[in-house]
Design a protein around this ligand. Structure first.
Ligand code: COA
Length: 202
C-alpha cells in the first residue's frame, strides 16, 4: 500500500512547506510507513497553539468518547466500528490537540483518485473556533498529495451545522441516501473536487 502511495506522490518541489520545511514526510505509523505530516504546530486558535498530529493508539479512548458526545446513538460509532475504520489500509486519522487535550479528530480513507471522509468530530467546547476547518484543510492536503482528486462524505440531512460546515468548504450535495442511518434517517452524499487552488480558509 505504501509503495503505491509513494509511487503516486508528486515531485518533491510541490510538497507544502511549513516554516520552510516540508510538511509531509515519510514516517512510521502503526508498524507501516505512511506519507503524512510530522507533528507540527499548525496554527494558533484564540492565542492557543494547536497541533495537528497523527493518531496514536493511546488516543482511542479519547476519540471514542468524543465521537459518542458528537453524534446521537445509532450514528455514533461503536468501539468495533471505530477500530474497523482506523484499521483500513487507506485510513488516516488526524488529531487536533489543544495542549494535552484532544479538541477534534478526522478520519479519512482513500483509494486514489477517490477519498472519503469517514468522520469529523470537534468537541463542543471547541466549536466555531476553526478546529474543524484546520483538520479538514490538513486532511485535504494529505489526500491531494497522495493522488486523491475527489472527496466524498455522508452527513445526516438533519445535521444543519455539519451541512453548513461542508458547504462552507466547497462540498456540494450530490444525492440523498434514503435510510442511510439507523432509525430511517437520510443522509446527503456530498462531494468536492480537490484542485491545486489555495487550501480552504481555516
Ligand atoms: C461540524 C463541525 C465538525 C464543525 O467544526 P468547527 O470546528 O466548529 O468548525 P469551524 O469553526 O472550523 O467552522 C468553519 C465554518 O463552518 C460553518 N459552521 C460551523 N459550524 C456551524 C454551525 N453550527 N452553524 C452554521 N455554520 C457552521 C461556518 O461557516 C463556520 O465559519 P464561521 O464560524 O466563521 O461562521 C462540528 O460542529 C462538529 O464536530 N459537529 C458534530 C459532529 C458532526 O456533525 N460532524 C460533521 C459530520 S461528519
Amino acid at each position: 500500500m505504501s509503495g503505491l502511495r509513494f509511487a503516486q506522490a508528486p515531485p518533491q518541489k510541490s510538497l507544502p512547506l511549513y516554516n520552510g520545511q516540508p510538511r509531509l514526510a515519510e514516517f512510521p505509523a502503526g508498524g507501516r510507513k505512511i506519507l503524512s505530516a510530522k507533528a507540527i504546530e499548525a496554527h494558533r486558535i484564540c492565542g492557543v497553539s494547536v497541533t495537528i498530529r497523527q493518531y496514536d493508539p493511546h488516543d482511542f479512548a479519547a476519540i471514542f468518547k468524543l465521537d459518542q458526545s458528537c453524534f446521537p446513538p445509532g450514528i455514533a460509532y461503536s468501539k468495533t466500528m471505530l477500530k474497523y475504520y482506523l484499521a483500513q489500509p487507506g485510513a488516516e486519522c488526524l488529531i487536533a490537540g489543544d495542549g494535552a487535550r484532544i479538541a477534534g479528530f478526522l478520519i479519512s480513507e482513500e483509494n486514489p483518485p477517490l477519498g472519503h471522509i469517514v468522520t469529523l468530530d470537534v468537541a463542543e467546547s471547541h466549536r466555531r473556533q476553526g478546529f474543524g476547518s484546520l483538520l479538514l484543510a490538513e486532511s485535504e492536503a494529505h489526500l491531494m498529495f497522495r493522488g486523491v482528486r475527489t472527496v466524498l462524505l455522508e452527513t445526516a440531512t438533519t445535521n444543519e451545522a455539519g451541512i453548513a460546515f461542508w458547504e462552507r468548504h466547497g462540498y456540494r450535495r450530490e444525492a440523498v441516501l434514503k435510510n442511510y442511518y439507523p432509525g430511517r434517517l437520510d443522509a446527503f452524499e456530498m462531494r468536492k473536487l480537490l484542485s491545486a487552488a489555495p487550501r480552504s480558509k481555516a
